[in-house]
Every structure is written in structure tokens, then in C-alpha cells.
Design a protein around this ligand. Sequence first.
Ligand SMILES: Cc1cc2nc3c(=O)[nH]c(=O)nc-3n(C[C@H](O)[C@H](O)[C@H](O)COP(=O)(O)OP(=O)(O)OC[C@H]3O[C@@H](n4cnc5c(N)ncnc54)[C@H](O)[C@@H]3O)c2cc1C
Length: 444
Amino acid sequence: MKKMFTIDSYHVPVKYEPDVCIIGAGPAGVAAAIAAARLKLSVLLIEKYGFCGGATVAGLSGTICGLFSSGNNPEQIVFGFADEFYSALQNKHAVVKPVKFGKTLLVPHDSLKWKETADELLAAHNCSILYHTNFLNAYTDDDGCISYLLLKSPEGQYAVKPKIVIDASGDAEVVHSINLETTFGNNGQVQTPTMIFKMANVDMKAFLQLDPHDLNAKIETAHLTGRYHLPRHHVYVFPLPNSGEVLCNMTRITYPDGSVPTGIHSTDLTFAETEGRRQAREYASFLIENIDAFRDAYMSDTGAQVGIRQTRSIAGVARLMNNDVIHAIKNKNAITHSAWPIELHAAGGLKIHYPEDDFYDIPFETLIPKNAVNVLVAGRCMSAEHEALASARVTAQCFGMGYAAGAAGGLMLKENITATTLNGVMVKEWMKENNLKNANETPM
Ligand SMILES: Cc1cc2nc3c(=O)[nH]c(=O)nc-3n(C[C@H](O)[C@H](O)[C@H](O)COP(=O)(O)OP(=O)(O)OC[C@H]3O[C@@H](n4cnc5c(N)ncnc54)[C@H](O)[C@@H]3O)c2cc1C
């Protein structure tokens, strides 16, 4: 029988009563906070790390994907808050020129300046953020409305009494804690984690001449000869804004039996962190010993945490389906759109599939959990089929989802309506009325 430990029921102080409390300060949470603050709502943003950025910064994912169309001449098609943040990074010289990725483009950025940009934007909008603070649990009243959130900061546990909650935790932690329905990958099978790392002192002239196919082939040969253990053979390496720095998205973490460690279990995460650092070192050694551009280079950092691509998705009022992405389906309720491919990092290898040289729409209703009263989600834990999420989860779209969710919080409060009463058309009209730019709107 399992040993149990019983804790007496105890009281905690209610420390904050914001209009909107957002859990998670990744791209979706930051965007949600700014939109809500622009509607003059009081905002409390909760983040377990000491900085914003989530997988983009802590996981060092390091590039903005999803801004551009796909085809022969990709153009920027996603605007709104994603464009605002991109411009702020450009003004700080924190990005390099867009880099080719298959049929589209992505934008590598400096992760330190990403954190600073988020800090500055939040401060300029009077958003309260609490770093080093963990969301523990949510409590609902008899109608299913979240009345309290239990948080833990270094000073202890306390409660927050918000009017609206936005779950931007990536893992649907709030939604899960109140027992609303979530799904987990493809019948429990999720994408593989990656430990991203940076190489410094790279000979950039030689690096920019590298043929990616040739690099992939050399990695595969080195692995097959047994000299190195390099399980992933289709790798991404991108130049970073600081001279001589390269971002390496190369590792693929599975257990020895091929099963995938999940991002919601501490033993799985511990395995992924240690195996990720071990693999990163192995790939770095391979680069230094075999690729001229890296001869004098060294590994300067890994992500503060292993990159987790997928955990829980909510069961939403609408679901983004694989066919919506593949056939570039348009939807009147869209709050952002995307031409980013289905980029599925499966245990057996990487699969990439583009939406018919076109873009697809992401409806607002994919952010509304079924039966939700005063909670919305934004970002990676949206409602989507497994492969569809492997496209929609990238940074530009998370910005767009977050901005719309933050705006929708204001609409719910003004009209005194529940989450499931909302639809995308209403949210877009409300955004327009309040001069909050939707990701689909091309700037004049
Ligand atoms: C390996 C990898 C490579 C990637 N590469 C790219 C790329 O090149 N370009 C791109 O655009 N996208 C990339 N992505 C995807 C992108 O980084 C993420 O999908 C995106 O960051 C998701 O944003 P989000 O705001 O929804 O969630 P996240 O970025 O996951 O942010 C969630 C935040 O919530 C916080 N949080 C979670 N639980 C709690 C809690 N209980 N209490 C307090 N805080 C909490 C977390 O600390 C985190 O800051 C990559 C992802 C991975 C994993």
C-alpha cells in the first residue's frame, strides 16, 4: 500500500485581487498581459523562473518561427503583437536577418535581449509580474468559476482572487487542476524534447558556407560508424546576432527503448535534462572535431531547461485539426494565421509538411476550454490535434493567441459574460474598437 501523508486544512492570506491573472510568462503570457493592460485592466502575471520567455528563452529555442509565408518569395504575413515584439528586438539589434528554413523564413534572436524587451514592455504597461512564483492549484465555486488560485513564492503560500484567469503555462496547468478535459499528444505519444545549446567563437565566414545536407550526412555517418552517439541526423544550426555565436537545435531525447520522456513528470524531466546535456556535449565535440567552422569554437551554454515541445492540450470549444493545416483552411473566427509547416519531432525522426504554399487560420475558440467559465488558455496548450499543434505551437502564433486571449478577458469583464459565450468574430471586433491589432491585420 502507498504511504500517505495527511496535511491539516490550513488558511492562506489572499494577497492580490487582479482583474486578470495570467499563469506563465512565455510568449503567450507576455502578449496576454500587454493586451489586458492596454484595456486598463489590473494584470498579475505569474512566472516560476526569474525571467520571461518560456521555451523561447529558458529552453533557448531562440528563433521566431511563423512570421512569414511559405513559397518562392516568403513575405511577412503575421503582424499585431508578434510584429511589435519583432520590431522591438530589431531596434535593439537583437535579431539577425531572416534565415531560410525550407520553404519559409525564421528569425534567430538574442535571448538575453528577449528577456529585457519583455521586462521593459511589462513595466511600460504597469503589468505586475511575480517571478519565482509557482502556480499550485485553482479552486472553483459551485458554478465552475475559478474563485482562487493558490500560489507559492519564496515567502510562502498565498491565494489570488482573480476575475479572469489566462492559462499560458504551456502545460494547461490551471485547466487540468480544475478537472476540465485535456488530451495528451497522439494517444499519449508526444513530440520528443530537445536540449538546445549555443556554440561560441565559430568562424562565421566558414559557417555561412556550410551545406546543411552535407552536415546532416556527416552526422549520420559519424553516428553509424559508432564514433559518436548522434541520434538525430536532421539538425538545425542558425547564426545568432552576437558575433561568432551559433544556435544548435540538434539533439533528440528518448529513453533507450525509444519511448519519449514527458514534460509533466519529474523523473522524465530529470532524464531529459541530463541526457540532453550529455547529447549536447557529444554534438559539440562532433562539430569541433569534424567541421572546419567550429575548429576553435566551444559550447557556451545550454537551455536553462530542456525544450519540451508538447504536453497537455485543452479540449476546446473548437479544435485545430490536421486537415485545417494541411489544406490551409480559412475561418472567420481566426485571431492569427500561419504558414509554418507541421514540424513533427517524432521518436522515429523529423517529419515536415507545409500547408499547400498557403496559410491556415487559428480560430479563437481553440483557446476556450469546454465548460470554462472564467478561464481561457493561450499558446502551446491550445486545443489542437497532434500534428496540427506541431505547426501552431511556434512563437509568432503564441504571441497572436496570447494577445487575443488578453483582449478577450476585457470583453468578458465589460459584458459580464462567460468564456464559452465568446467567439472569434466578437473578439476581433472588440480588438478593433480598442485599437488592439489582430495578428491578421496588415499594417497600413
Ligand atoms: C526544442 C524546441 C525548439 C523550438 N524551436 C522553436 C523555434 O525555433 N522557433 C519558434 O518560434 N518556436 C520554437 N519552439 C516553440 C516555442 O518555443 C514554444 O512553443 C513557445 O515558447 C510556447 O509559448 P507559450 O507561451 O505557449 O509557452 P511556454 O513558452 O512554454 O511558456 C510557459 C511559461 O509558463 C511558465 N510556467 C509553467 N508552469 C508554471 C507554474 N506552475 N507556475 C508558474 N509558471 C509556470 C513556464 O516557466 C514558462 O515560462 C521550440 C520549442 C522547443 C521545445
